[in-house]
Design a protein around this ligand. Sequence first.
Ligand code: ZN
Ligand code: ZN
Length: 341
Amino acid sequence: MAADLVVRRPQGLYCPAGDFYVDPWRQVERAVITHAHADHARTGHRHYLAARRGVGVLRARLGRIDVTGLDWGETVTLGAARVSLHPAGHILGSAQVRIEVDGQVWVLAGDYCVSTLGDANPTCEPFEPVRCDCFVTEATFGLPLYRWPRHADVFDDMNGWWQANAAAGEASLVGAYSLGKTQHVLAGIAADLGPIYVHPAAEAINAAHRAEGVRLPATRPWGDLDDPRALRGALVVAPPGASAPWRWQRSVRVRESFASGWMQQHGARHRAGLDRGFVLSDHADWPGLLAAVDAARCGRVIVTHGDEAALVRAVTDKGLRCGTFRTAFGDEAPGEGGAAE
Ligand SMILES: [Zn+2]
Ligand SMILES: [Zn+2]
């Protein structure tokens, strides 16, 4: 049997033939980064390789780094490995890493989103199936209960909720992580319904998206807000745990919601004390995970982070060889302030 192209080391997932790591969680010489979320892209590596489309958001998050940007499908040779990056459909610049050594191909998909309903995320290129011998997959939503509704229905809901709140003179707060989900919400919402405010930290990430040609509506950082009464009728997109909305409650009634795949869990909205929960995820749902495995046409699957057990069982039932990598990815709990979802 051919040697494994990627192994787990204390620093992260390592390709011995190419002497590089993919999304390492400790400092290394050469890191190939799938995307700019905090659990995959960390500071302190000597050299970074990432999709050219994602370099702007990577720099917005990590500051000055030594990074080489690759076009989609462009091949580089690292040691004995040929490496290329392919769209993962998760956030701007999110990549699957294709590694080829002696005719054997592994794909590390990082975080990805593939919709079996044909829904697309307007902030990034759609997931591209890449044939391989071994497919390394996440399993953030690796349970059969996760089946995303159509984006159009989710945004209809969100627009209707905002409009009703605005008619009552209230503010509408959508909880969304600063990188990825915030821009997905902004790109999908009916922006003509009223002014839109975002967390000041999200403005830099919005700017990195606009610089890549992603169309987002006009937004204002809420640091510019002189009087919270200006929020009556406004939409506010804020990361979980942002404290400003609490200070506004005296001046304006703030209706709170959250946009996340976790909102599909029974009772999640009530536990979080939210007015609304919108099921909007940038990860594959259960049918999406299985579709991605099928599209890879692989003989072997390795599951990294999330609900591994159910996915391992489902993949094994397909007759494929399946194992897991224990990683430091996705360590945020549902509904908490992690930056990774
Ligand atoms: Zn992740
Ligand atoms: Zn991610």
